[in-house]
Ligand binder design. Sequence first.
Ligand code: IMP
Ligand code: MG
Length: 176
Amino acid sequence: MTEIFEQKSEVLFAADDIKRSVSELGKKINLDYKDKNLLVVGVLKGSFVFMADLLREIDLPLMLDFIKVHSYNKTRSVGEVSFDLDLTYDLKGKDVLVVEDILDTGRTLKNVCDHFSKRHANSIKTAVLLDKPSRRVVDITADYRCFEISDKFVVGYGLDYDEQFRSLPYIAQLMI
Ligand code: IMP
Ligand code: MG
């Protein structure tokens, strides 16, 4: 690992804590989406680890898709959200669950949900691994979340700092 990581990081959620929380979330989704037409949409890149683990806790027929957006410049949100990759599936009649790594200012998820809202989905809900409510600047609440954190910059389990640290099996705070 890099020097900055060794000197200035602290584990917030160990791999076991994450596994437990993702499994609990999977159970809720199993109940809520029984007899629905579930389409799970991962927001790349940050959600890919969470999405892979969450899907394996969902014991229901489902389809999956990905979108790719960017809004971040190293550690601070730049405010505007751009779509680099859009859905391959039609949302008509689907119960869409948007899976995101972290809800920070809320701009990304709000933009994504607004973007989907005109496409005749049956329902649109959101699931986030981490929620930083104190950072919110737009009005959005996640329907499902694993952990709430204060205003800390975190990496690991899919989350990056300048594209580093996504492969860590735990979530760490980076003091930068
Ligand atoms: P929002 O649009 O401000 O809610 O930002 C959401 C996006 O910012 C997330 O999908 C992440 O890619 C990124 N982000 C926000 N906070 C963090 C963090 O603490 N670590 C890594 N990425 C973050
Ligand atoms: Mg992201």
